[in-house]
Design a protein around this ligand. Structure first.
Ligand SMILES: CC(C)(COP(=O)(O)OP(=O)(O)OC[C@H]1O[C@@H](n2cnc3c(N)ncnc32)[C@H](O)[C@@H]1OP(=O)(O)O)[C@@H](O)C(=O)NCCC(=O)NCCS
Length: 217
């Protein structure tokens, strides 16, 4: 999961906007965690209430209007990605609103913005941009969505393993992926310096692969 933005309704304060511009244009550092999951693993329970109202389907170009509310600036890029046969996006609607989406790439994925390649390995998919609309968070929606993704969608594509990354301090994401049995397989430094992205591997503390199970629950 790679994007923490979108879905917020209130306009951010001036201080928040300045801090964001600094992070985007001047200097930013974070530690990212790469995590891997075998698709055949069992899926956890959770989110049954929202899950019962969830309608899921593969995104097509006709879904462009749905992205307008939260992701207007990204629509052209999304449409370009949908033309790539190696990529697909799954949408989840609750009461007709776009509540969740996730993007997948079959095989190694070169992120054009980050200029970094994420390699999920044989029969693997890279999973990025996992996002739940702010109005629907903390109710188990991501859990309900991912249950169907790992139980039905990815097996139908022949995917056996999935690679994703998240910032190590993104607690909801760490918990979500750990709950689904993702194992942390490496850490990366990610710097953004004057708008350019740089990566380097970082040492992962011993025992970190079980961090969510031991520390966060
Ligand atoms: C990460 C995200 C997809 C989770 O969606 P969600 O529908 O709120 O997730 P769920 O309700 O299914 O909860 C999943 C787990 O995260 C925990 N969680 C969710 N929000 C949390 C929060 N704000 N603080 C602490 N834990 C949280 C839940 O308790 C649950 O943990 P559990 O399985 O141990 O009970 C959502 O927060 C999001 O879209 N965030 C912004 C985008 C983002 O950061 N994407 C990931 C980028 S790497």
């Amino acid at each position: 999961m790679s994007d923490a933005g979108g879905g917020a309704s209130a306009r951010p304060s001036l201080a928040a906007r300045v801090a964001r511009a600094w992070r985007r244009r001047v200097w930013f550092h974070e530690l990212l965690c790469l995590a891997r999951r075998e698709v055949a693993l069992p899926v956890p329970a959770g989110g049954e209430e929202l899950g019962a109202r969830l309608v899921m389907r593969r995104a097509t170009a006709a879904d462009a209007p749905l992205w307008q509310e939260s992701w207007a600036a990204k629509v052209p890029w999304y449409l370009e990605r949908l033309r790539d046969p190696q990529q697909f996006c799954w949408l989840g609607l609750v009461d007709g609103r776009l509540a969740v989406h996730c993007w997948y790439a079959l095989g190694p994925y070169r992120d054009p913005q980050l200029r970094h390649t994420f390699d999920p390995g044989p029969d693997g998919a890279y999973f990025g941009e996992g996002w739940v609309h702010a109005d629907f968070r903390v109710g188990g929606l991501a859990t309900a969505f991912n249950r169907r993704i790992y139980g039905e969608v990815l097996p139908a594509f022949g995917v056996k393993q999935v690679l994703c990354y998240y910032a190590i301090d993104n607690v909801p994401s760490v918990k979500l992926q750990a709950r689904f049995g993702f194992k942390e397989v490496g850490w990366l430094h990610h710097w953004r310096v004057l708008g350019r992205h740089f990566f380097a591997s970082a040492p992962m503390p011993e025992g970190r692969e079980n961090v969510a199970a031991t520390n966060l629950r």
